[in-house]
Design a protein around this ligand. Structure first.
Ligand code: UDP
Ligand code: MG
Length: 316
């Protein structure tokens, strides 16, 4: 069934944003793995507008591997996913693997993913074992994974793991997508014909702090939900019909009660009414917010600003 054509050249893509504390550890861990693959490779580092010494350190380290390392320097901070996409535009390998710069994704796992690409799978996802993140992050991910599967109909065990592999064909498809807000693992799944998820190790962030604030995390997850499904909008339409139907039946019941059962007017339950009113108002506001999430993204697209600008590619 499968048609395994081994990967000839592997491109490894790493987004970098203020990782000066991790770069000195990154190269000694990563490069021996890449050298040991026994095939051609290239390393693409997407510098996502770092304000610390990252760029300088990247250049220093890259100089030790002439012809192997490209640094895609972005004009400012665009975010992890746009940074990876900027690098995707410049990969030359027939297999591509992404990972994080903070060594949360152990470089030693690269051969495992590559083996699956060799097998003919065109998207290989990592599923983080013993995830080394805060309790809050792990808990939030569980919910996001469930909800995303439910509303997008995609089946991934771990949407957030960025240790992933892609075939050239899938990267070409991803490169054709122009959307501003996106989520690369979901995009990969969309274009992959043969996809697989494999267990990968996970480590605590080597140094420095996470670059994701709560706000950025929420935004990213809305990108995932709104970018790959309109089910949230449909749910509100359905909910609207259900609430309207409920209100109508309740009204009919009150009418019957007033004229046939009680035969006099009653005016209690004011606070129940308040509670109901606030509940419905809350639901309405949430619905409006969801509509807003879509409209905001449509507005972004309509403005048509570039989702990333590359200042320079070093070592090309
Ligand atoms: N990153 C980036 N741009 C950003 C935020 C993050 O390029 O705006 C990079 C970061 O340098 C790291 C990877 O994306 O290599 C994952 O970031 P981080 O470790 O902060 O995320 P977490 O592991 O907490 O989800
Ligand atoms: Mg991290």
């Amino acid at each position: 069934m499968r048609n395994p054509i081994p990967i000839k050249k592997l491109s490894v893509v790493i987004p970098i944003y203020n990782e000066e504390a991790n770069i000195p550890q990154l190269f000694p861990r990563l490069m021996p793995v890449l050298e040991g693959l026994g095939r051609d490779y290239e390393l693409l580092l997407a510098d996502d507008g770092s304000r610390d010494r990252s760029m300088e350190l990247l250049k220093q380290n890259a100089a030790q591997y002439p012809g192997k390392v490209k640094i895609v320097e972005l004009a400012r901070n665009f975010g992890q996913h746009p940074a990876i996409l900027a690098a995707f535009r410049n990969v030359t390998g027939d297999g591509v693997i992404t990972l994080d710069a903070d060594l949360q994704n152990p470089p030693e796992e690269i051969p495992k993913l590559l083996a699956q690409l060799d097998e003919g799978f065109d998207v290989v996802g990592g599923v983080r074992q013993n995830r080394q993140d805060t309790f809050f992050r792990k808990f939030a991910s569980k919910i996001v994974n469930k909800v995303t599967t439910l509303i997008t109909g995609m089946k991934l065990q771990d949407y957030g793991c960025m240790l992933r592999g892609y075939s050239r064909e899938v990267i070409d498809q991803i490169n054709l997508c122009e959307e501003n807000s996106t989520f690369i693992p979901a995009l990969g799944l969309l274009f992959g014909r043969r996809t697989i998820e494999i267990k990968v190790a996970h480590e605590a962030r080597s140094s420095g702090r996470t670059k994701y604030s709560l706000y950025r995390l929420v935004r990213l997850n809305f990108d995932l939900m709104t970018g790959f499904s309109v089910v949230p909008l449909q749910m509100f339409t359905l909910l609207g019909f259900a609430v309207a139907a409920g209100g109508l039946s309740f009204g009919a019941y009150l009418l019957v009660r007033r004229f046939l059962l009680l035969r006099h007017s009653e005016a209690e339950g004011v606070f129940t009414l308040f509670a109901l009113a606030f509940f419905v108002m809350g639901v309405l506001m949430a619905g409006l917010g969801i509509v807003g999430e879509y409209i905001g993204r449509i507005y972004q697209e309509v403005r048509g600003r570039p989702r990333f600008t590359i200042r320079k590619i070093h070592g090309a």
